[in-house]
Design a protein around this ligand. Structure first.
Ligand code: EPU
Length: 421
């Protein structure tokens, strides 16, 4: 793990354009889905991130031939080794996404059990419950999940809770079954829909009823390759919007999908941002007034307010004119950035899954530590807001999910430097 860190100085009233990259959380399931076929699969608009490199390493180790040209990945060929390398799974929980495709294509596999991470225990019981119902024998041994099936059966399955990668994994598991399956209480995140679009290109019939949160899936024994563009990263787009308001800047954010961030836009506008929608893929964000209004935020599954935007809003609200309330409903331990913000002078009280953020006049620069990917984005925003200089350590978290963020920010005048020690 690199010891690189960021040095940030207060940067206000910036102006310019920030371009949003493709979504990491859409790219990873698309990459895993290439296991379903030996035909070439093309994935465009791929972000340049550590997690993507890890997934390339994982799939290459399993036998896939992979080439990357700028932002386009081509993945083809058979899987020769159906076991995932534990060291890679440790670096990236999303490796569990290979489980569904391995079951569908090869009826067997050995997948390292992902552990918890700093934001929560993150069990995968729903992925396994659906797999068992489909007919997969599951044995957990020495930290590995052994998967073996004679036959795969269609299912009518209801998820006990809404899970993003769980839904993605089960979509893939069912994609080679010709009889219809029904999934209930599915996740509807745009990343799930991006995967469904790729599976349709492969020959799978998927009918999604968003109101009912159900999917009907009818697969095909032999699946074709696909050629798909990764959707814009709605969390990166949201991070840039919060940054605009938090630093009193006027920022044109391009290459996003406005429809994917409605819940974030609503909160930003109440907090005091003016958001001019210039086109479906471009917005101009700037402060409407001189103060930040406090908010009530509750994280929810899509289309609700995303947990992945909670840390960035906490930084913003730490200088609001009054007290804000943030309820984290998705992960049980996702407030670790609060204590780092407190080092910068923020006034935050946590009670169970609720954070009460009492606005202070300004944040002060400090040395702080990233605790997870989105927390680091929140700290970058805080560093740009804070008086003086801040140092943000453990930015390997940031590199997992933000494509060259400091280079993008420097272009709009932000004083941010990466130090590779
Ligand atoms: N859960 C279970 N059992 C399961 C699956 C989930 O109890 O079998 C619980 C989780 O512990 C959590 C909740 O259900 O409390 C939701 O978890 P979910 O499965 O939806 O999360 P995920 O699929 O592991 C994805 C993103 C996360 C994002 C969440 C929520 C990817 C690769 N990761 O995780 O992204 O926070 O959905 O939207 O898609 C990030 O990018 O920083 C990140 C953490």
């Amino acid at each position: 793990m690199s010891d690189a860190y960021l040095v940030i100085e207060q940067s206000k009233h910036m102006e310019g354009t920030l371009e949003v990259s493709g979504a990491k959380n859409a790219t990873l399931p698309l990459m895993a889905a290439t296991i379903l076929t030996e035909e070439p699969c093309i994935i465009r608009n791929v972000p340049n991130l550590l997690d993507i490199k890890n997934m390339i390493e994982l799939l290459s180790d399993m036998g896939k031939k992979i080439t990357m040209d700028k932002n386009t990945l081509c993945i083809e060929g058979p899987i020769l080794n159906k076991e995932t390398r534990e060291d890679i799974v440790r670096k990236m929980r999303a490796s569990v996404l290979v489980m569904g495709p391995l079951i569908a294509k090869y009826k067997s596999g050995k997948v390292s059990m992902p552990g918890g991470c700093s934001i929560g225990a993150r069990p995968i019981d729903q992925h396994l419950k659906a797999a068992k119902k489909i007919g997969v024998d599951i044995e957990i041994e020495q930290g590995f999940i052994n998967l073996k099936a004679q036959n795969l059966n269609p299912i009518d399955f209801r998820f006990d809770m809404i899970t993003v990668t769980g839904t993605e994994n089960v979509f893939c598991m069912l994609s080679t079954l010709e009889d219809e399956s029904i999934l209930r209480n599915i996740a509807l995140e745009p990343e799930v829909i991006n995967l469904a679009d790729a599976l349709r290109q492969m020959g799978v019939l998927i009918e999604i009823d968003e109101l009912e949160r159900t999917a009907k899936i009818k697969g095909k024994k032999e699946l074709k390759g696909f050629d798909i563009k990764v959707i814009p990263d709605r969390i990166e787009a949201g991070t840039f919007m919060v940054l605009a308001l938090a630093t009193g800047s006027k920022i044109n954010i391009v290459n996003l999908n406005v429809n994917h961030i409605e819940s974030v836009l609503q909160k930003l506008e109440i907090a005091g941002a003016k958001v001019d929608i210039l086109s479906p893929d471009s917005v101009l964000v700037y402060p409407k007034e001189d103060k930040i209004n406090p908010l009530y935020i509750e994280t929810l599954e899509y289309p609700g307010f995303p947990t992945d935007m909670q840390a960035q809003f906490m930084s913003l609200l730490s200088i609001a004119d009054g007290e804000s309330t943030i309820v984290e409903n998705i992960f049980e331990n996702r407030f670790q950035h609060a204590q780092e913000l407190a080092r910068m002078g923020a006034c935050i009280r946590i009670h169970s899954k609720t954070a009460y953020v009492k606005g202070v006049k300004s944040l002060k620069g400090a040395e702080v530590f990233s605790t997870d990917l989105r927390a680091s984005a929140g700290l970058v925003i805080a560093g740009l807001m804070a008086e003086g200089k801040s140092i943000i350590r453990n930015i390997y978290h940031l590199d997992r999910g933000y494509d060259h963020i400091e280079q993008k920010l420097e272009k709009i005048g932000a004083k941010v430097k990466r130090i590779n020690s």
